[in-house]
Write a protein that binds this ligand. Structure first.
Ligand code: ADP
Length: 537
């Protein structure tokens, strides 16, 4: 016998309507490139997003058409997050930090018809437009520049659109948004999020064990809206009526801290390199920023080192660990303590908080080894395979990638991890980043975490470099904190307290900065290339 409930579609117009009707007064704060602040509300956003849907439809947007956006985090981009899919299109957020050739290739692969772009990003457009054609380029006067001829003016389009827009029929499995992976380990691949996936993912974001945001929260996505939809926050905050603070292009540590303090942020998210910079700024300027209450800092993209979690705590910035991928919308697991750990010693608690956490509801994970599934014993590692309603089932137009799914349909993540009996995942490494030394694997992540616990080390990145005898050996690239010093020998001795001799890096190089990927992760590929010809002693 079937249930007797309605078959109600899970689509974004329902979230937009609710925001417009239930939270019209809740504020959305955007910062312009000159750092001036613009305050609007979900009520205003609702009207404008619907007008955008109407304007795009009048321009000829058909169901399933891709509309690209090249925009910073601000309310105009949020309008696109809803206006495009609620008009039946698919919003394709372009990663503006990629090389122009890559952007052009991605635009072609996605077959984007229209482009929404911030006026201040037109110089970036000039660099890739020869390789990518758009039928219409709509310029958002975000930096308040005048819009030159040949482009459509976003504000004029919205002004001309009426308030009488009627949503087209949308199936919950229709595409709503599109992202390409940030390409840390190779060429980007496209993922299309369905309405259903984004709605269910928004529910997951709201859970206490994930972001846990609600009507009392002020949320600051530092992660760019082109990086896995700022981790789902634009949709989830709109669904739950959380006040949104959108930082624009200024995401240096001081600017972030200024916003956190002045706007009384309660939840922020960003990759660890952001918070490494923030910690540095806090240590250099004691007492400059004051927060009313602790801030939940949701951190993922790479593993936040245990030392970072510990050192941010006294400043009231409490890191909460999240693991995920563009391919998982992105929430896979989220971390934290459990009730029975309440009285554990601090050190043990930090060890738990440094783990990636347990799978979100409806996300299923298994660890695969050549001989079969690994037990959840906290020791045996295997590749994470994952499935769930917001996990990718195929890449956009990439039949050559079919090997990324197991014969029974689980997605192969390429991440190697252990799991314990409580379901906590601990990432050992990306399969590609494990250092393969003489038949043994060394976790670069573990070495980095330990090194960043040394008082003189600001950043550490460990890569495997070809070695004539051992296949690969670890090389550690180190950025020291200003005004401190440490020698290679000191760092080796420091690591030797926790690691076996064969696991210790054979080389330490001291550099000014570790190269970053387009979304702020350490760019291991670049380091490997830089030190490929390292002369081992
Ligand atoms: P890219 O693969 O190009 O970096 P993504 O941003 O989608 O693009 O990255 C997903 C990957 O980032 C994961 O497969 C994993 O390797 C890494 N990652 C994400 N979150 C964490 C985390 N909390 N700890 C360790 N690694 C993480």
């Amino acid at each position: 016998m079937r249930g007797t409930m309605m078959d109600f579609p899970l689509t974004l117009p329902t979230i937009l309507e609710r925001a417009g009707k239930i939270f019209p007064r809740v504020e959305i704060v955007s910062r312009r490139p000159d750092k001036s602040v613009v305050r609007t509300s979900y009520g205003e956003f609702y009207r404008r997003a619907r007008r955008l849907a109407s304007a795009l439809t009048k321009l000829g947007m058909q169901p399933g058409d891709r509309v690209a956006s090249m925009m910073w985090n601000h309310s105009g981009h949020l309008e696109a997050f809803f206006g495009v899919p609620c008009g039946g299109g698919i919003l394709h957020t372009l990663n503006l930090r990629l090389h122009p050739h890559e952007i052009a290739a991605i635009v072609k692969h996605a077959r984007d018809r229209f482009l929404l772009i911030d006026d201040v990003l037109l110089p970036a457009y000039e660099k890739f437009c020869d390789g990518a054609y758009f039928e219409k380029v709509i310029v958002v006067p975000y930096g308040c520049n005048t819009v030159s001829e040949g482009f459509l003016n976003y504000e004029h389009l919205l002004a001309d659109a009426g308030d009488d827009f009627r949503y087209p029929p949308i199936d919950e499995n229709d595409g709503a948004a599109m992202c390409f992976t940030s390409g840390t380990t190779g060429f980007s691949k496209g993922v299309i999020y369905s309405h259903r996936a984004l709605v269910l993912h928004s529910f997951a974001c709201g859970l206490a064990e994930v972001f846990g945001m609600g009507l009392f929260d002020t949320v600051l996505p530092v992660a760019p809206m082109f990086h896995a939809n700022a981790w789902g926050l634009p949709y989830a905050c709109t669904m739950l009526g959380s006040r949104l603070i959108l930082p624009g292009p200024n995401v240096d540590p001081e600017s972030i801290l200024d916003l956190m303090a002045s706007e009384r942020v309660t939840i922020a998210c960003g990759v660890p390199t952001v918070w490494i910079g923030v910690l540095d700024a806090l240590e250099k300027n004691p007492g400059r920023w004051k927060f009313d209450s602790p801030i939940r800092v949701v951190c993922g993209g790479t593993a936040p080192p245990l030392g970072l979690i510990r050192q941010l705590d006294p400043f009231g910035l409490q890191i909460k660990h999240l693991w995920g991928m563009t391919e998982t919308t992105p929430i896979g697991t989220s971390g934290g303590l459990r009730e029975h750990m309440r009285d554990w010693p601090d050190e043990k608690k930090y060890e738990v908080r440094a783990k990636q956490g347990w799978p979100a509801p409806f996300v299923e994970i298994r660890l695969m080894r050549p001989e079969g599934e690994a037990p959840w014993d906290g020791v045996t590692s295997g590749e994470i395979e994952i499935r769930g309603p917001w996990v990718v089932a195929s890449y956009h137009d990439s039949p050559d990638q079919a090997h990324r799914w197991s014969p029974d349909g689980w997605f192969r993540t390429g991440d190697v991890a252990t799991m314990d009996e409580d379901g906590y995942v601990k990432i050992v490494d990306r399969a590609k980043d494990l250092v393969k030394s003489g038949g043994e694997w060394i976790s670069s992540v573990d070495l980095e975490n330990s090194l960043m616990g040394h008082p003189a080390v600001k950043e550490a990145c460990v890569v495997g470099i070809p070695h004539p005898k051992w296949q690969e050996r670890p090389l550690a690239a180190i950025v020291l904190k200003d005004g401190t010093s440490a020698t290679a020998e000191e760092l080796r001795t420091f690591l030797a307290k926790t690691f076996a001799k064969w696991q210790l890096p054979d080389a330490f190089v001291f550099i000014d900065a570790i190269p970053r990927t387009s979304v702020g992760k350490f760019k291991k590929l670049a380091l490997r290339e830089q030190f490929a010809d390292w002369k081992w002693e």
